[in-house]
Ligand binder design. Sequence first.
Ligand code: GRF
Length: 202
Amino acid sequence: MFNIAVFCSGNGTNLQALIEAEKKKKLCAHIALVVSDNDEAYALNRAAKAGIKYLVIKRGSFSSRSEFEKEIIRQLKKENIKLIVLAGFMRMLGTELLSVYKNKVINIHPALLPSFKGAHGIKDAFEYGVKVTGVTVHFVDIEMDHGPIIMQEAVALRANDSQGSLEARIHAVEHALYYKAVSSIARGKVKIKGRKVVIAND
Ligand code: GRF
């Protein structure tokens, strides 16, 4: 079984979409663990409801980022985790974790990278006045929102869009896209060549 851990800090709608995909046998992976750095994350309720093991590991409980990440690694090893799926995890990962899980951490970002990096991708694109934005799934490296791009999908702005209506469409695209990236990786279809990611045909 291809075990994955989903890391969340907040609402967890992407986690929910991954849970549903696993139920429908579309994920080709098993969500063995949910990790949060925030004990108030609603994502934890979603994990509990789905019967998924979850852990809260707070950065503040450790003297350094390295110690914090060592504890995460220890927990991931226990569950034989093959891929870390960041889904609204609001913390940068460091070399400790990224060297052990090299090319085994992915993230979803609510804009077309490399545009609108950071925590407010939807708001920033909306306020900039773009006509097209979208969703990016990418491998995680040491730089924020920077690693090789696995999948992207565009979302066009509509004349009457508010930030809220745009956000709703972006989230819907995220929920339809992320499980496909996980499934392709779990089935061994994804190869990284420098900055380029090649996905073999199904
Ligand atoms: C998503 O928009 C994702 O792209 C970004 O954080 C948000 C998480 O939302 N990285 P949710 O917690 O999955 O609802």
